[in-house]
Design a protein around this ligand. Sequence first.
Ligand code: C5P
Length: 408
Amino acid sequence: MDKVSNRRVLLGVTGGIAAYKVAELARLLVRNNVEVRVAMTAPATHFVTPATFQALTGRPVATDLWDASFPNHMAHIELSRGADAILVAPASADFLAKLAHGLADDLLSTTCLARNCPLPVAPAMNREMWDNPATQRNVALLRDDGVAILGPAAGDQACGEVGMGRMVEPEDLLEAVLAFLAPKRLAGRRVLVTAGPTFEAIDTVRGITNLSSGKMGYAIAEAAAAQGAEVTLVSGPTALAPPLEAHFVYVTSAAEMANAVKAHVADADYFFGVAAVADYTPVAASSRKLKKSPEAMELKLKPTEDILAYVASLPGGPFCVGFAAESEDIARYAQEKRARKKIPMIVANLVQHAVGQDDNEVTIYDDAGAHALARAPKSRIAREIVAHAARLREQPAQANVTALKQVS
Ligand code: C5P
């Protein structure tokens, strides 16, 4: 995981049982070199004591709007000006309501109102509280105000019920916070990503698919969002949770994926075709379940549309990055594929190194040649791929100099 130095986060803790998990988040942030100050609401101190956070962060915990130890007695200004981001976790329904309406009746709400930095919040509450139209109205207002809503997730709740409202896990919140603190190379850019396999129906229950897990594509979407891009992720069927920070479009077949890409490509600046799109689909899917018979069965297939080649052929289209999974001779096949699809950059890997795994080992091919990346988790590889594409598109001259240095 990238280390973020000299970045400061104000961790706002409000009243909810998930506060105990935020103690772990504070520890993870500190371990990633983030300077953490904690401000707690009065209800939060019923769940976890300030002493816990003080011990984990090495800094006093602020709870009082009238704390005389702050310069000019202005704790709310001092705390908000010192922060690169304020993360409220857990964010209770009551606190979201206060934020949405600009209330400022305690230290944390006043600090949030006085902020001049991003405000991500991680809601956590009972599922009925989350589903309540009042909460949903407040969340919509906050989104319109530019507040990033991280989660909530679905699952078991402390009250014994099951549903939407669990706080996003500390490890995922850590990733989201580090993303807020990272330099935003793609601010204002739109990025379209395809990921996962496709499923080509043979009949109502059977189909043709492949072993793509979607992990690489989801990691690319997350890395682009972390760089400030507005991301749309078009995904085939996977077992992964949609990334917190991307507009998510779920598709099944190659044709649906092509349609979704066409609907979103118009204003895209980058297109990452990571999906393992089926090359063939049944000429006609049966509308009822096919019956077994002792006879041999022939399935007639027709080629699918090449989505990447289509996007690459659009006049004034996005900067296109393709992916090539090969079983052998990747250098030759990847460069041939790059030329055939007329794309500036392709990322190649051996199938046996990548499919379904958390790590990957890839080589990037572009006009300047080959750039091998060391084996690493897909999240790190994704960050490097996105950074490489951004260098090529945003500063082509500089990128070529860097690239030549790497190959020589
Ligand atoms: O032609 P091949 O499938 O080997 O190329 C792989 C690249 O092309 C990947 O980036 C994949 O997402 C893209 N592709 C596509 N549409 C297809 C087939 C592949 O976008 N129908």
